[in-house]
Design a protein around this ligand. Structure first.
Ligand code: NAD
Length: 268
């Protein structure tokens, strides 16, 4: 019997992403931007997809300053035609897509009894339908190649109900992203495409800072911190290692899983 441990390449080499091509949605700021930097630093070429081309272009400039091959594409993840055009641009530039990070999302605090259907649909369409649209289109290139790594951004809100703020649409969308992840993982595993998710806890980005700036937001922080064993919010850099791990060959036997990175919130 061969000795896999002795035959394997050194472990840090197996984390490298040289020669891989990544697409990061919502990559123009926040968590997506941090993922883009991490994947690029690990060796991948990176396309930044965002509905705000100005944000995507500025992240591309940051990546290029580090010597990372990068491309900005403008698309709304809810629009199949726009996501298809983004994938076409990636394929025209690099000829393949190996890593798809479906991260674009929106938050909403709204009591359910007064939530409009428009508000509900907005959250579900970006956070759930957008992930499906992107995964579907990414999978077409990956299944044809017989290999791919899809990483969806879920949230600890898919496993717990946040308090004290009311965010039923967001919570439902993220629970659905986790089960969509498992469903796609089972469907595509025999054909080489792995699908996993990362569930951040409270992480310092403009999405959260905007909510915290509201009158309601100023009340929540003490409660959040009392529920977080580590007692502080996460930084986007706390999530980067998980993305590199899930993007590379080192996690090739892993699919349908969710990595919770939340300072221990879900442990209580
Ligand atoms: P953010 O608002 O800072 O960044 C989101 C990015 O997505 C922006 O650049 C925005 O332009 C883009 N975007 C939004 N809607 C889009 C659409 N329809 N099409 C294309 N691009 C779109 O948010 P963030 O905090 O970095 O969150 C990123 C992801 O992480 C989201 O899915 C969010 O739900 C999830 N998340 C965040 C936290 C947190 O505490 N920040 C916690 C758990 C999960």
């Amino acid at each position: 019997m061969s000795d896999k441990v002795l035959e394997a390449r050194p472990i840090l080499e197996r984390f490298r992403l040289d020669g891989r091509v990544a697409l990061v949605t919502g990559g123009g700021r926040g968590i997506g931007r941090a993922y883009a930097h991490a994947l690029g630093e690990a060796g991948a070429a990176v396309a930044i997809l965002d509905m705000r081309l100005d944000l995507a272009a500025s992240v591309v400039a940051e990546l290029q300053a580090k010597g990372i091959d990068a491309l900005a594409v403008e698309a709304d993840v809810r629009r199949e035609d726009q996501v298809q055009a983004a994938l076409d641009a990636v394929l025209a530039r690099w000829g393949k897509l190996t890593i798809g990070v479906n991260n674009a999302g929106v938050g909403l605090w709204q009591p359910s009894e007064s939530m409009s259907l428009e508000q509900w649909n907005e959250v579900l369409s970006v956070n759930l339908t957008g992930v499906f649209v992107c995964a579907k289109i990414e999978s077409q290139a990956m299944l044809a190649a017989g290999y791919g790594k899809i990483i969806n951004t879920a949230s600890m809100s898919g496993s717990i109900v946040n308090t004290p703020q009311c965010q039923a649409a967001y919570n439902a969308s993220k629970a659905a992203v986790m089960h969509l992840t498992r469903s796609l993982a089972a469907e595509w595993a025999p054909r080489g495409v792995r699908v996993n998710s990362i569930s951040p806890g409270y992480t310092r980005t403009l999405l959260v800072e905007d909510l915290l700036a509201t009158p309601e937001g100023q009340q929540v922080m003490p409660r959040w911190m009392s529920l977080t064993p580590m007692g502080h919010m996460g930084e986007v850099t706390d999530l980067q290692g998980a993305a590199v791990f899930l993007a590379g060959e080192v996690s090739d036997f892993m699919t349908g899983a969710d990595l919770i990175i939340d300072g221990g919130y879900c442990a209580w």
